[in-house]
Design a protein around this ligand. Structure first.
Ligand code: G3P
Ligand code: MG
Length: 245
């Protein structure tokens, strides 16, 4: 595990998606305002191949739209309100294109962990497209870390842009995950924090992989993981945890 690691310890989850509408530019501004210099966000594709930020498989929870974004073109998605569901001050906040987030991060000296979050059935298409877009947008800068729960998406990202760093996301330690991580050529494994302990951190480090966790909103849990040697912590609690706190 001794390759340099260019990413900060603390990453704001979905931008800073509790105090502001998740996966919007407003959320990134909020996180940066609390001192965060690294972010996680969820990226998927519109029907016509535009990479943009959204967590869910459907538009219903976090936008004024409905249904699957994989069945709609960006021209329609770009007109949706992705802020009113959160609170009135964020009314009319739009869905951001991935490109806008790349520009924000680079203008503000922030690192990015891009979670490739394909709509069902779109794994390979999304992994390849997001990797290509990331390579184009970050030329010459600290590269974004591409992650996914979907090995198929990471494999497509690897095949499209082998030089971009990748991380396997795990919400459980499913059979064969170490072999999958090896085959995908990851630099890191990111688990639900409940799965991570000193022994797993040591095991990951022995493989040459960094160890990261999501989503830690509790100071004692964060302290324990830091003592155990964790490399990255994704948090929603940007006003309570993070750089300088
Ligand atoms: O990338 C880590 C974390 O974001 C994974 O869970 O559901 O919040 O995207 P989720
Ligand atoms: Mg995510």
């Amino acid at each position: 595990m001794n390759k340099p690691w260019p990413y900060p310890l603390w990453l704001a989850h979905r931008g800073a998606g509790k105090l502001a509408p998740e996966n919007t530019l407003a959320a990134f501004r909020m996180g940066a305002g609390f001192g965060f210099r690294a972010f996680e966000c969820d990226v998927k594709l519109s029907r016509d191949g535009q990479a943009f930020l959204l967590h869910d498989d459907t538009l219903d929870r976090t936008t004024s739209g409905q249904g699957s974004p994989a069945e709609q073109d960006w021209a329609a998605l770009s007109r949706l309100d992705a802020g009113s569901w959160h609170s009135p001050p964020f009314a009319a906040e739009p869905l951001p294109r991935f490109e806008q987030i790349a520009a924000f991060c680079q203008a503000n000296g922030c690192a990015l962990n891009i979670e490739i979050k394909p709509c069902p059935g779109e794994e390979a298409r999304t992994g390849a497209a997001v990797a290509r877009e990331a390579a184009r947008l970050w030329a010459g800068a600290v590269p974004p870390l591409l992650s996914s729960f979907k090995p198929e998406a990471l494999a497509a990202a690897r095949d499209a842009e082998p030089a971009l760093p990748r991380a396997l996301l795990l919400d459980e330690l499913w059979d064969g995950w170490p072999e999958a991580a090896q085959a995908l050529g990851v630099v890191a494994v990111i688990t639900n924090w409940r799965l991570m302990d000193a022994a797993l951190i040591e095991r990951l480090h022995a493989q040459g992989w960094r160890a990261l966790v999501y989503t830690v909103n509790d100071a004692p849990v964060a302290r324990r993981l830091i003592e155990d040697g964790i490399d990255g912590i994704i948090t929603d609690a940007v006003d309570q945890l993070g750089p300088g706190r």
